[in-house]
Design a protein around this ligand. Structure first.
Ligand code: RB5
Length: 150
């Protein structure tokens, strides 16, 4: 799968580790930065990169890491077509895709470690939107909100 990944300084180390794991598992990784550790960088710059890459269909899924995952989620959701959430458990990571068509997973590197992050990422990337009528209907309502406020 083609996966966009990004992080600010709060998530930089975890992003580097996840990126290497994704490469090793055969995924095509689009790293939108940060490309160096810079303690003065800002998460919206990288969240915008991940979210626009996914929303434009240049990548199928995105992973955005900051300190808590919260800023990553807030900023990513400002991009039309991005559906981002912080998920720090495997259930949310796969159910978010299956029911809500989640396409950007946000992680907080100050909250979780590499092993849990790896399991969450695998749950997220392995899941597919079910397309069931009730989920499609709810997603349609979400998209209506987006369209009405664009
Ligand atoms: C950066 O210090 C930190 O605020 C950021 O990574 C993130 O946690 C924001 O939600």
């Amino acid at each position: 799968m083609r996966v966009a990944i990004g992080a600010d300084h709060g998530g930089y180390d975890l992003k580097e580790e996840l990126s290497a794991l994704l490469h090793a598992e055969g995924h095509e990784v689009v790293d939108v930065g940060a490309h160096t550790m810079d303690s003065s960088d800002d998460y919206p710059d990288f969240a915008a990169g991940v979210a626009t890459t996914v929303a434009s269909k240049d990548a199928e899924r995105g992973i955005m890491v900051c300190g808590s995952g919260v800023g990553a989620s807030v900023a990513s959701n400002k991009v039309k077509g991005a559906r981002a959430s912080v998920c720090h458990d495997t259930y949310s990571a796969h159910q978010g895709v299956e029911h809500d068509d989640l396409n950007v997973l946000c992680l907080g590197a100050r909250i979780i470690g590499i092993e849990l992050a790896r399991e969450i990422v695998n749950a997220f990337l392995s899941a597919q939107f079910t397309g069931e009528e009730r989920h499609q209907r709810r997603l349609g309502k979400v998209l209506d909100i987006e369209a009405a406020n664009g």
